[in-house]
Design a protein around this ligand. Structure first.
Ligand code: C2E
Ligand code: CA
Ligand code: CA
Ligand code: CA
Length: 279
């Protein structure tokens, strides 16, 4: 029994060791990757559900690691957050997204919005206002074309500092959106106080919209309450025409998902825009 215990311990130890090594490797590769242009942004279109027009795109980061190929953010964002590397990475994402969006053609007479994800750590420790101001002035992007996606957990502890940062971002004219809405704890009245523009309904509620009556009730309630507070609603994870039809019947304003388009490299997104504009 004693040996078995020791073996279990050794196996556990090796697994831990592997995890630690993996984290350390990621961490050191990060610096190199950021300096060496290994990160790229892909863009996923955001559509107006009534007109079917493209109204913007969400920037989603990818890491082209020369040893391991294309890594998705689920693999490296948590490490970037725990190591603090999310601050320089997030600053790069903001600058790159603004720089690229500045050259997108006007779509149906409307300038396109670019949505950028901001993690809680970046929000609290990243000198975000300065980074946003720099990204806007460097790129010449109109502030109302930048939409910042925050999660409910970022806003959960509304310290004076959090409120001041949000206020200043709004004064710049930047838009604020709550990502993964419905998975956290915010009340809508509280979001109104924060001067948020948009709620992005989490894909976990959208996916089974046509088969799960509870999800359907939740989505409908979010849309109705958001509208009564003059907030725009967007549904993420729209994968088929049935879900789209329900969202439209609920009056949801915008949608994003594989049904419309997957995230794509920027050059491809610009071709997608040309094709969409031609319709
Ligand atoms: P998110 O912000 O909720 O982004 C939406 C994710 O859902 C993206 O995954 C997107 O590719 C995926 N998605 C879009 N449409 C569909 C659909 O119809 N069906 C399904 N099943 N999935 C869909 P991705 O690109 O792997 O990003 C994962 C997460 O990584 C993001 O979730 C976001 O939290 C984080 N992330 C991505 N880029 C950044 C970034 O630049 N900064 C920060 N802080 N986080 C980022
Ligand atoms: Ca997002
Ligand atoms: Ca989301
Ligand atoms: Ca999510």
């Amino acid at each position: 029994a004693k040996d078995a215990g020791r073996n279990t311990y050794r196996m556990f130890d090796e697994a831990m060791n592997h995890q630690v090594q993996e984290a350390l490797r990621l961490r050191s590769n990060f610096q190199r990757g950021l300096a060496g242009g290994e990160f790229v942004l892909h863009y996923q279109p955001l559509l107006d559900l009534q007109t079917r027009r493209v109204v913007g795109a969400e920037a989603l980061v990818r890491w082209h690691d020369p040893e391991r190929g294309m890594l998705s953010p689920g693999h490296f964002i948590p490490v970037a957050e725990s190591s603090g590397m999310i601050v320089p990475l997030g600053a790069w994402v903001l600058r790159e997204a603004c720089r690229q969006a500045a050259r997108w053609p006007v779509q149906g007479g409307q300038p396109l919005v670019v949505a950028v994800n901001i993690s809680a750590i970046q929000f609290k420790r990243g000198n975000l206002e300065q980074t946003v101001a720099d990204a806007l002035s460097e790129s010449g992007l109109a502030p109302d074309r930048l939409e910042i996606e925050l999660t409910e957990s970022t806003l959960l502890h509304q310290t004076d500092e959090v409120l001041a940062t949000l206020q200043r971002l709004r004064e710049f004219g930047v838009r604020l959106s709550i990502d993964d809405f419905g998975t956290g704890y915010s009340s809508l009245a509280y979001l109104k106080k924060l001067a948020v523009n948009k709620l992005k309904i989490d894909q976990s509620f959208v996916r089974d919209l046509t088969s799960d009556p509870e999800d359907s009730a939740i989505v409908r309630a979010i849309v109705d309450m958001a509208h009564s507070l003059n907030l725009v609603t967007i549904a993420e994870g729209v994968e088929n025409t049935e879900v789209l039809a329900v969202l439209r019947s609920f009056g949801c304003d915008e949608g994003q998902g594989y049904y419309f388009a997957r995230p794509m490299p920027e050059a491809e997104f610009r071709r997608y825009l040309e094709a969409a504009e031609g319709v």
